[in-house]
Design a protein around this ligand. Structure first.
Ligand code: MG
Length: 399
């Protein structure tokens, strides 16, 4: 009897994995690598758990991130970021997710919760059928990308736990083969900038500076007075045109800057294409790109794209974006919002092999409520726990 149950759970899991891997178009996965993961993670004591038809239960809780330092980018400053944390329960397993809601993206805790209330997962009995479920989530409303990401991430966490593997392994990635994460030095007085730089220069291998305003050269010089670390700059569309941008970029290259994000307004694609041709540094799209469908029109316009889970609806689409961009010969970077270690850990599972990373989101907050991916020698390294590899480190009141 027990043997029979075990077999049928195995069959269930095996077919789940085949479904999941067919979705992800990694044909070798089910046949070789992942099947071993599945074989090694059978827990005989729970062998009859998957006999019944289980339902997924989605719940959520709003949470406010306290920033360690006031965050300023061209335009405005803030000291908190609202998020909504999500949880999907299924047969004794729990997947966690997060929607991070910086005000400029237009979603709020209220809009996320009202979106989540529309989600009905009762029609799905197999959480590893990710593509079907995220397609349904995407169809519920336009936009709401962070809300959608919060479900996608929780679903990946849950599915990874069912499969018994962290996602970097499911995708066949080496979790150590990752770019250094940038750490952002906020715009401030020279004295504060120097102090801040000294504080972090031994923990990171590349720093990031928000530019695109009157402080650009002053900020770079202040940092350069204390360190020669490579720098990334993000203009957040702040330079007024391509002439100003190219002049700044030449100067920045002499200062040891290695890449430029979103130099000029996001829709000025003709001028961005010309700028990218002239630029001695790679130019990355951030505000110009949101989802998979945007990538084709950016080929030949930007050198690369910044993929952010909150803008692209989560890990499933981010993985597709990464593959498409690479197939078009574009560079790829993984970015983030101010987020807890939940969403950062999700990103950490899919960014091995990318060109740049900006994953300092959880390092900038004072009240992270998850443990997971960690900083090691300037890189964010995925944890080995299954799913996205996170655990809550405080009680969270999911409803
Ligand atoms: Mg940016």
């Amino acid at each position: 009897m027990q043997y029979k149950m075990k077999r049928s759970r195995r069959q269930f899991l095996k077919s789940s994995i085949v479904a999941a891997t067919a979705t992800f178009s990694i044909p070798s996965l089910a046949r070789n690598y992942n099947y071993k993961i599945f074989e090694s993670n059978i827990n005989p004591s729970s062998s009859n758990k998957y006999q019944k038809t289980s339902k997924m239960k989605l719940s959520w809780t709003p949470y406010n991130l306290q920033l360690k330092h006031t965050f300023t980018i061209s335009g405005f400053s803030r000291t908190t970021t609202p998020v909504v944390l999500t949880k999907i329960e299924y047969d004794g397993l729990v997947g966690y997710g997060e929607a991070s809601l910086p005000p400029y993206l237009g979603e709020t805790q209220e809009s996320v919760i009202s979106f989540l209330k529309k989600v009905d997962l009762s029609g799905f009995t197999n959480p590893t059928q990710i593509e079907e479920i995220v397609n349904y989530i995407d169809s519920l409303a336009i936009n709401n990308t962070a809300a959608k990401a919060s479900v996608d991430i929780a679903l990946h966490d849950l599915a990874g736990k069912i499969i018994g593997s962290p996602w970097y392994k499911i995708h066949g990635l080496n979790k150590y083969d990752v770019p250094d994460t940038t750490f952002t030095i906020g715009i401030d007085t020279d004295e504060v900038v120097r102090e801040k730089t000294r504080e972090v220069m031994d923990s990171y291998n590349i720093l990031k500076v928000k530019v695109g305003g009157p402080d650009d050269k002053r900020m770079i010089r202040a940092i350069r007075s204390v360190t020669n670390l490579p720098l990334a700059v993000d203009a957040n569309q702040g330079w007024k045109d391509r002439y100003e941008a190219i002049e700044m970029i030449h100067w920045l290259k002499e200062q040891g800057v290695v890449m430029v994000e979103q130099p000029i307004p996001k829709n000025d694609l003709d001028n961005i294409a010309l700028l990218t041709q002239e630029s001695p540094l790679p130019i990355f799209a951030d505000e110009s790109i949101q989802r998979l469908e945007d990538i084709n029109r950016l080929k030949g316009v930007f050198s690369g794209i910044n993929i952010k889970l909150m803008k692209c609806t989560g890990m499933h689409e981010a993985w597709k974006m990464r593959k498409l961009a690479k197939s078009l010969g574009m560079k790829v970077m993984m970015g983030c919002m101010t987020e807890t270690s939940c969403a950062i850990s999700a990103a950490s599972q899919i960014y091995a092999g990318m060109d740049f990373a900006d994953l300092d989101g959880a390092l900038l907050i004072a009240n992270d409520c998850f443990s997971g991916a960690y900083l090691q020698q300037g890189k964010i390294i995925a944890s080995d726990m299954p799913g996205i590899g996170v655990e809550p480190i405080q009680e969270l009141n999911f409803k």
